[in-house]
Design a protein around this ligand. Structure first.
Ligand code: NAP
Length: 283
C-alpha cells in the first residue's frame, strides 16, 4: 500500500480493536479498487469517544466503522442517523459529509445478504429463532423484520433486553408476530416451526459447545443455522454440531464481509470487489 500526501483515511473505532479483520479486508478492497484510501484501527476508550468523533471530522476522515463497545454511544453523539441506525439506535458506519458525521448501520443488511448466499428463504412464510439480545441481535431482529419475516422468537438470558427489542419491533413493524422467552423455555414446537435458528450471543467462540440452552438435538436438515460469532480458521462448535444434524450452516464471516462491503458503498458509492474481500478474511 502506498501512502501519499493525498491519501484519505477511514478508521475503525473500538476497544479492543487489534483482533479486528476489518483493516485487512477493507484495505484489500481499496487497493483492488485503485482508491487512494487507507483504513486504520483506532483504539478508543469510552471516555474519549466524543473527542475521537470530533477528531474524525477535524482530520477530514472519509468516515469510520464503529465496533464494540461504541455502537450505541456513537448513535447518541451524531447529529444525524439514517436507515437501520435510526431504528436500532446503534451505528456501525459513519460517513463524513462535508464535516457532518452521518451514522448508518450495515450489520443487519450484511447478515441478510450473507444468509441469502447460503439459503433460498421465503421470509414471508418463515419464522426465526434468535438467541441473544445484545447490539448485534437488535440489528438482526430489525433486518429480519425489514425482510418480511413472518414470526420472530427472541430468546435471552436477561429477559428485559429481549423485551426491549420486542417493543422496538412492535413500534416499527406492528404486523410482525413476536414472542419472548428465557433460554430454558424454548420448546420442541418452536424449533420445529422455525426455519432459521441464530446464535447472536457472544458465547461459543471456542472449546466446548458452551451453549446448553440450544437444543442441538432438535436441529434438522430443514433448518438454516447461523452463528454470527466468527472465527477465521474453523467453524464454531455450535455450527459444527448443527452441521452434524444435517442443517444448512452459516458462520459470521459472511456477515462481516457484507456489512463491510455495504460500508464501502456508503463511503465511495462504488460496489467493492467481494471476492477480494472474501479472500482477505479467509486467508
Ligand atoms: P453484546 O451486546 O455484548 O451482547 C451479548 C449477548 O450475549 C447478550 O445477549 C448476552 O446475554 C449474551 N451472553 C453473553 N454471555 C452469555 C452467557 N454466558 N450465557 C447466555 N448468554 C450470554 O454483544 P453484541 O455486540 O451483540 O455481539 C454479539 C456477538 O456477535 C459477538 O461475539 C460479536 O463478535 C458478534 N458480532 C459479529 C458480527 C459479524 O460481522 N459477524 C457483527 C457484530 C457482532 P445477556 O443480555 O443476558 O447478558
Amino acid at each position: 500500500m502506498k501512502i501519499s500526501g493525498t491519501t484519505k483515511l477511514i478508521g475503525i473505532l473500538g476497544r479492543p480493536v487489534a483482533h479486528s479483520l476489518s483493516p485487512k479486508m477493507q484495505n484489500a478492497a481499496f487497493e483492488a479498487m485503485g482508491l487512494d484510501i487507507c483504513y486504520v484501527p483506532l483504539e478508543v476508550a469510552p471516555e474519549d469517544l466524543e473527542n475521537a468523533l470530533r477528531g474524525l471530522s477535524a482530520m477530514n476522515f472519509l468516515g469510520a466503522n464503529v465496533t464494540i463497545p461504541h455502537k450505541v454511544p456513537t448513535a447518541k453523539m451524531l447529529s444525524r442517523l439514517e436507515g437501520a441506525a435510526l431504528i436500532t439506535g446503534a451505528v456501525n458506519t459513519i460517513v463524513n459529509q462535508n464535516s457532518s458525521l452521518v451514522g448508518h448501520n450495515t450489520d443487519g443488511a450484511g447478515f441478510i445478504r450473507s444468509l441469502n448466499e447460503v439459503a433460498d428463504i421465503d421470509f414471508q412464510t418463515s419464522a426465526a429463532l434468535l438467541f441473544g439480545a445484545g447490539g448485534a441481535a437488535r440489528s438482526l431482529a430489525v433486518a429480519l423484520a425489514e425482510s418480511g419475516i413472518a414470526r420472530l422468537a427472541l430468546v435471552n438470558r436477561t429477559l428485559e433486553k429481549a423485551l426491549a427489542i420486542e417493543r422496538l419491533l412492535k413500534q416499527h413493524f406492528p404486523e410482525l408476530t413476536t414472542s419472548v422467552q428465557p433460554p430454558g423455555e424454548v420448546n420442541e414446537e418452536l424449533y420445529a416451526s422455525s426455519k432459521i435458528v441464530i446464535n447472536a450471543t457472544s458465547i461459543g467462540l471456542e472449546g466446548d459447545l458452551k451453549m446448553p440452552f440450544v437444543a442441538v438435538d432438535r436441529l434438522t436438515k430443514d433448518h438454516v443455522v447461523c452463528d454470527i460469532v466468527y472465527t477465521q480458521s474453523q467453524e464454531t462448535p455450535f455450527l459444527s454440531a448443527a452441521r452434524g444434524k444435517g442443517a444448512t450452516t452459516l458462520g459470521g464471516l459472511g456477515m462481516l464481509l457484507h456489512q463491510g462491503a455495504a460500508a464501502i458503498q456508503l463511503w465511495t458509492g462504488i460496489e467493492p470487489p467481494m471476492e477480494v474481500m472474501r479472500g482477505a478474511i479467509e486467508s
